[in-house]
Design a protein around this ligand. Structure first.
Ligand SMILES: *Cc1c(COP(=O)(O)O)cnc(C)c1O
Length: 375
């Protein structure tokens, strides 16, 4: 028996694996959907200035309600989302993972359930378990779109308190049509009043618009966002949500006092002063994403339509095949992601040079696989 077996760990956590994208030291890392561009120097300077100011007051607790930060986030959403939100509609936390955790602590918990349509973002299920919320894995079609009839049936049968819809979806990359989100919202409300959380972590990379306007007249809808991807600030740890003010009030019941440090608030405010520059990188990454899709198809891979800063490609021979392909790409110095979707791998859009290195690696891999087949 290992000491693990003797720890009085909660039953629902026993035997589960923690979130664990490998952090390997290889030349080209395209496995966690980070923005490959470091922050521009003027922004780095501005962060230092704002953090220096904040440092003078570190003897005091930070603004518990992060009012200045939420005001600026609301302005950003209003400017880019085709829908006006105010500070009362916005809440922020340490990454959208913490936003999701606070939502599940508020609306999920023991005796309650949450549903997601898998394959999707694994943290929705993991945080559900961590908060004692039962997890229901809903279905998708072969092409990774949401099977609406089956999804509505799963909602009607299970009557979950929380419904997760990730759009654009991770790891598959495809966006969910607004009509599908609306139909699932209706289905969820018909089953019992439940919260529908639209995870828009990648929305800035989408060909389509944010679903923020759907908040109008839908008090049980939440749109969650992050500065980790489009803003190129994964190290900052800042996520946020937009919803009816009642939702923002409700999550106050579970948030830890002073959860957002003064340093985090100062850094995020500095980044929000530079949204124009940061979103300039997004345009480059979208072009690189489209290039990856086109070149992967030209090489002969299957590719799932992508509205995100990453691309799902395959098909390999089941789970063993995708793992073997992952290793062979890694052997060529490129780290991609094996999300456990049998037959598929995911690559994040990097700089043009990184993407070229990746494309060279998968071109060679394709030749290897074809030789193996004809042997
Ligand atoms: C990366 C990602 C997040 C972001 O998490 P942070 O905690 O904000 O870094 C949230 N949702 C999805 C679907 C993601 O892929």
């Amino acid at each position: 028996m290992s000491p693990w077996d003797e720890l009085p760990v909660r039953d629902e956590l026993r035997g589960k694996s923690p979130y664990g994208a490998p952090q390997l030291d290889v030349p080209v890392r395209l496995n966690t959907n980070e923005n490959p561009y470091p922050l521009p120097e003027p922004l780095v300077e501005r962060i230092v200035e704002r953090v220096r100011e904040a440092a003078r007051n570190l003897n005091r607790y930070p603004d518990r309600d992060a009012v200045e930060l939420r005001t600026e986030l609301a302005k950003y959403l209003t400017k880019t989302g085709k829908y006006a939100v105010g500070v009362e509609n916005v809440w922020a936390a340490n990454g959208s993972n913490e936003v999701i955790q606070q939502l599940l602590q508020t609306f999920g918990g023991p005796g309650r359930t949450a549903i997601g349509f898998e394959p999707s973002y694994s943290m929705h299920g993991l945080i559900s378990r961590g908060t004692g919320t039962g997890w229901i894995s809903g279905p998708r079609n072969e092409d990774f779109t949401i099977d609406l009839v089956a999804a509505e049936k799963a909602i009607a049968e299970n009557r979950p308190e929380v419904v997760f819809i990730t759009t654009p979806n991770n790891p598959t990359g495809n966006a969910v049509p607004p009509e599908t989100v609306l139909a699932l919202y209706e289905a969820a409300q018909a089953a019992k009043p439940s919260m529908v959380v639209v995870d828009e972590a990648y929305i800035e990379f989408s060909h389509g618009d944010s679903l923020l306007p759907l908040l109008e007249g839908r008090p049980n809808l939440v749109v969650s966002r992050t500065m980790s991807k489009a803003f190129g600030a994964a190290g900052l740890r800042l996520g946020y949500l937009a919803a009816h003010p009642a939702v923002v009030d409700a999550v106050q019941l579970v948030r830890l006092p002073y959860h957002l440090s003064a340093v985090t608030q100062a850094t995020a405010l500095a980044a929000l002063e530079h949204t124009d520059t940061l979103l300039g990188y997004v345009e480059q990454l979208k072009a690189e994403r489209d290039r990856l899709v086109a070149e992967l198809r030209a090489i002969g891979y299957d590719v799932t339509e992508s509205d995100a800063n990453f691309v799902q490609f395959g098909r390999f021979d089941g789970s063993a095949g995708s793992h073997e392909a992952w290793q062979k790409i890694l052997d060529r110095g490129v780290l991609v992601r094996d999300n456990g979707v049998p037959g598929w791998l995911r690559v994040s859009a990097g700089t043009p040079e990184e993407n070229d290195a990746f494309l060279d690696a998968v071109r060679e891999l394709k030749k290897d696989l074809e030789q193996e087949q004809s042997a």
